[in-house]
Design a protein around this ligand. Structure first.
Ligand SMILES: [Zn+2]
Length: 330
């Protein structure tokens, strides 16, 4: 019997992994990659319960393994997230070493001990190198699941030691049904880009935050540099500087995507910004979009490397302004 999945979309990927568990032919390190909020981590946790549940119909949710895993206290389910003591998203070398030590202990009661690194792109070079050997040859009965939405930023040495499982956006029809069942507006399907997790965040108030940021950004871009820098400074200074800067990069990317959509004669997600987006589309099509995509990727890499948020936003917006005001080449 097919177990009830905690996922919408991505069923083929899930079915392949379930079949591998059933046949006891799992790879020791999976790399779950794909957009934020499509269920990668949720499914990894579910797979740990499915693998270790002792009931007939797995995962039952009530046996000892399920219960401890659901409450986050099972000693054989180790979830490593960025060090909360640090302002940036980093899984430190100390955390990597502590993980290796804990894997030297005997398993408690699990068939397979699960180690979930979420997100694995939070490893820096040092902590990644510390883990390479363990990742290649984990202790018997240990299952790694590495999670990322930024696969391109991973060290090749990490990628090559894993089996990739690609998660995609949820198909529109499925996401619309899911939103409808929760009484959420259908517009979230497009605004979230096919990500149920992102749709929930938008519904939970992030939409208002994004809207404010978008409006401030649209007002600043195209203005003299002084205004642009005032925006960068204000956003870089916010309490959660890094998160705000990352959000600003997201918002720039969304607006650029909208401008592309508009230049193809379709309706943008942020239709209220259409007049500005039309100017952007005229100025940026096609080379400017490609160059800015590179700058956006670069901005995200720099934020991950703990470069000051204000500096990153300022550099990105300066490029955007340059592209928008560049004279077309004769
Ligand atoms: Zn169970």
């Amino acid at each position: 019997m097919t177990p009830a999945l905690p996922l919408i979309g991505n069923r083929a990927q899930a079915a392949r992994l379930i079949a591998a568990v059933d046949a006891d032919r799992v790879h020791h390190a999976y790399l779950f990659e794909g957009p934020e909020g499509v269920g990668k981590a949720t499914f990894a946790l579910w797979l740990a319960r499915y693998t270790n549940c002792t009931a007939q119909r797995r995962p039952c949710g009530t046996c000892r393994n399920c219960h401890l895993m659901l409450s986050g206290t099972h000693p054989d389910l180790i979830v490593v997230v960025p060090d909360p003591e640090r302002a940036t998203r980093v899984i430190t070398v100390d955390q990597a070493q502590a993980l290796i030590r804990s894997l030297q202990l005997q398993r408690h009661s699990a068939r397979r001990r699960f180690v979930i690194l979420d997100p694995v792109d939070a490893l820096n070079d040092e902590s990644a190198n510390t883990l390479l050997k363990t990742l290649e040859e984990p202790p018997r009965g240990t299952q790694f699941v590495l999670i990322t939405s930024r696969v391109a930023s991973l060290l090749p040495t990490i990628r090559s030691r894993t089996q990739r499982v690609r998660f995609g956006p949820v198909p529109a029809a499925e996401l619309l049904t899911w939103l409808g069942e929760r009484g959420l507006p259908a517009e979230l399907e497009r605004a979230s880009g096919g990500s149920p997790g992102f749709a929930l965040r938008l519904a939970g108030g992030e939409d208002a935050e994004r809207r404010a940021l978008r409006e401030a950004l649209l007002a600043a871009v195209g203005q003299p540099l002084g205004k642009l820098f005032a925006f960068s400074e204000a956003e870089g200074k916010k309490e959660e500087g890094v998160n705000r800067a990352a959000l600003a990069v997201d918002v720039v990317e969304e607006l650029l995507r909208d401008a592309v959509v508009l230049s193809q004669g379709r309706t943008p997600v942020h239709a209220d910004a259409t007049p500005t987006l039309r100017r952007w589309a005229a100025a940026l099509w096609p080379g400017g979009f490609a160059r800015l995509a590179v700058h956006i990727a670069h901005a995200r890499d720099r934020l991950a490397l703990n470069v000051n948020g204000r500096v990153v936003i300022e550099a990105l917006l300066t490029q955007l302004n340059l592209e928008l005001t560049a004279q077309p080449s004769p």
